[in-house]
Design a protein around this ligand. Structure first.
Ligand code: PMP
Ligand code: GLN
Length: 380
């Protein structure tokens, strides 16, 4: 068989998690919590199973969940999506992203992606026969930022889509109002679509708002907005998310979705719908993770790592130039094997080979796990 994805191997997250477990290292690599989710949520899902809600749900997802999502988005971002025609429940954001790209990108279309880029974007574009066009973020004293003039310069008559991610994995940077305005200026008057990956929407710190594209009617009308319950409710293994998009885009999305997964498991959807009636778990999430971020940063400040800002997500990027001059992947392997703490090389998020001497830690961990990692890192 001739491979369709010649550049793709095993993801860096799988590689580093396997090494961490082989070496007994504290795994701050792959992004997932090491603590339990709320038992109320587990009970809600169990209840749905016991109530016999175990057969195929509607293709787009169970209506109570789509209604709960529409309500949340309207409360937080002021845009009303029609739960019937504009919200689709997906098997995690990974499927939402693949399906958004497959339904919109034709062979030869260009898609602008911003590096560092989450690993599933480029394969999705390539499977659609599209051409990824890369623009690199810049790193300065204030952290990572998107050079919008370069994004604008990358637009051609073939540009079909721009993919953005805020809060951003792996950099922890967050798009501000000025970024959104710059994006709006670029697409105004074109037929360019936007894929907005907002899986970390409830993890923005320091009292700042999440600039969902749903807040901006001009952008919402051309956007597939992707989110994931895995991140918000500490259940990354459940693989349930959603895509909100205007009816015309959703109609195309569902044409692919119905032959991609057809639909997503029923009891989890009913459980999530019941659990979402209480907004506290997602409204409290920024404070919950900000405490962990602050604990982790305070510990790292006493090491030789240089901290970059973490404005959102559950990731903290650091420069390690004062500790080692190894390339990032080598440094991460060494850190895992010799020091007992796993991290992810930011170079893994570049298609254009690039070494910036920066690695990513995940702080979605119990305080005791973070303290153990910090004890080990303090020896460096
Ligand atoms: N986008 C980003 C930026 C992510 O970090 C992740 C999860 N690591 C995903 C998408 C995929 O989310 P899910 O697990 O819901 O498929
Ligand atoms: N999104 C997670 C991360 O960035 C990993 C998910 C996965 O392993 N695909 O670490």
């Amino acid at each position: 068989i001739v491979t369709k994805l010649p550049k793709v191997g095993t993801t860096i997250f799988t590689v580093m998690s396997a090494l961490a477990s082989e070496k007994g290292a504290v795994n701050l690599g792959q992004g997932f919590p090491d603590f339990h989710c709320d038992p109320t949520l587990v009970n809600a899902v169990t209840q749905a199973m016991q109530d016999g809600l175990n057969q195929y749900p509607p293709m787009a997802g169970v209506l109570p969940l789509r209604e709960a999502i529409a309500y949340k988005v309207e409360q937080l971002y002021g845009h009303r999506y029609d739960p019937v025609s504009e919200i689709t429940v997906t098997a995690g954001a990974t499927q939402g992203i693949l399906t958004s790209v497959l339904c919109a990108v034709h062979a030869g279309d260009e898609v602008i992606v911003i590096e560092p880029v989450y690993d599933c974007y480029v394969p999705a574009i390539e499977l659609a026969g599209g051409v990824p066009v890369f623009v690199q973020m810049e790193v300065g004293a204030a952290g990572y930022s998107i050079p919008w003039d370069k994004v604008k310069a990358a637009v051609t008559p073939k540009t079909r889509m721009i993919m953005v991610n805020t809060p951003h994995n792996p950099t922890g940077s967050v798009m501000r109002a000025a970024d959104v305005a710059a994006l709006a200026d670029i697409v105004r008057g074109t037929d360019i679509l936007i894929l907005s990956d907002e899986v970390y929407e409830h993890m923005v710190y320091d009292g700042q708002p999440h600039e969902s594209l749903a807040r901006h009617p001009e952008l919402a009308e051309r956007s597939f907005i992707n989110s994931s319950f895995g991140k918000t409710y500490h259940v990354t293994g459940w693989k349930v998310g959603y895509v909100a998009a205007p009816a015309a885009l959703t109609a195309e999305f569902r044409k692919v979705h119905q032959f991609n997964v057809f639909t997503v498991n029923t009891p989890v959807q009913y459980g999530l719908a019941a659990y979402m009636k209480d907004p506290a778990p997602y409204l409290d999430l920024p404070a919950f993770y900000q405490k962990k971020r602050d604990l982790f940063r305070a510990g790292l400040a006493a090491t030789r790592f240089e901290l970059l800002p973490s404005q959102g997500t559950y990731f903290q990027c650091v420069k390690y130039g004062a500790i080692s001059d190894q390339p990032e992947a080598e440094f991460c392997k060494w850190l895992t094997t010799e020091i007992g703490v796993a991290a992810i090389p930011v170079s893994a998020f570049y298609n254009t080979p690039r070494e910036s001497g920066i690695v990513r830690f995940c702080f979605a961990k119990k305080d005791e796990t973070l303290r153990l990692a910090l004890d080990r890192l303090a020896s460096l």
